[in-house]
Design a protein around this ligand. Sequence first.
Ligand code: PLP
Length: 434
Amino acid sequence: MIDSPRDLFLKCREYRDSYDARAQGFYPYFRSIEGTRGNHVICGGEEKIMIGSNNYLGLAHDPRVVEAACQATREYGSGCTGSRLLNGSLRIHEELEEALAAFLDREAVLLFSTGFFANQGALSALTEEGDVILCDRENHASIIDGCAFAPAKLIPFRHNAPESLENRLKRVDPAAGRLLAVDGVFSMSGDLVNLPPMVEIAKKHHCRVYVDEAHSLGVLGPNGRGSVHHFGLNKEVDVVMGTFSKSLGSMGGFIAGDGEMIEYLRHRARCLIFTASLAPAVTGGVLKALQIMQEEPERLDALWRNTRKMHEGFLSMGFKIGTTKSPIVPILIGSERGSFQFAQRLFEEGVFATPAIYPAVKYGEAIVRTSYMATHSEEDLNRVLEVFGKLAKELGTFDDPAYANPGRRKNVFDFRLSEQGREAAVRNNPGTNP
Ligand SMILES: Cc1ncc(COP(=O)(O)O)c(C=O)c1O
């Protein structure tokens, strides 16, 4: 007698988290944006100050970038309808690869359709069975998931801790190929990677070095060349990965390195070979954004002026912003529920920012993630600080034990409702539960 098989969709029927947040009136995700000028967006017909975007240099809405995207579409059409390998390789893809290689002082560059794919494609193609990838515990999900696709074993080490990296490396099989993979700027904490000692340790242990510059390109280093250039370690780092979805205002990603490695990836990275290449609009827009980024260094200056203002502003009001060294400013709230409520009230007061909860951050260390742009005005930023100050008082953020003692929470979202609580919440907010 065979039991009936497990219904794969049972988990969907039992899933409650987003319904519970909606029923309590503070669901913060998938907010519909009806219009945008970058630093301001329109939602539900109302203007909000956007402090939840990675458009660091404000290039996504620059008319020259938009025009370049339109021009590329007129020239090449709306899509490539095929992969680079077979039928989707355009001359502007090559131009962008050449421009990036020159900008980063690398032999060669390979474009991918997303930054996520760049990590997945490179990590899985560059490693073999028996190899290891040493990962900072705060690395982005695309590196972690990239490692899951890779034949190599993932070995995590303590966030930004060179001694932890070295302890792990000492225990690796002497014959194993080794790759150290780190973010240049960590996407939730805004921390800057502690790269110099890590590179030194990696070299000592014959370990290749891979840096994800998603949040550091356009933000750090001369003309925004990234964290590797910021530290003067371009010759020591083997692989640089970057995205177009942040400072360059679009989508897509790339891997930069020596010619042999890139030639190998061109023929071995499955998520390059088996997916359509970057759309002409994206490629043309990114090429123009890269040019403007180099010609207008005042954007980088404005980004850092705004970043310093916000670091100082939040600290002077008593907020905990962790150890950020970048335009990503995580505002610690502590409880998941508190972070959702805070983000909801921000939205009602005209400020768009989203909370980040486990697994994006540690349990009980929920934040409202904020990030700043070169194009935010003094008035925008003063208003943001004013609203945060007002809401911290209104919601009692600083008096919450979850704020004073972050991390001491149980392994469940604290906005999850009990059965009775759910019924009552749905009565108050009809239509929010299935
Ligand atoms: C550090 C890091 N790497 C990679 C990615 C993936 O990039 P993309 O959004 O371009 O796919 C992100 C995206 O948020 C990121 O923060």
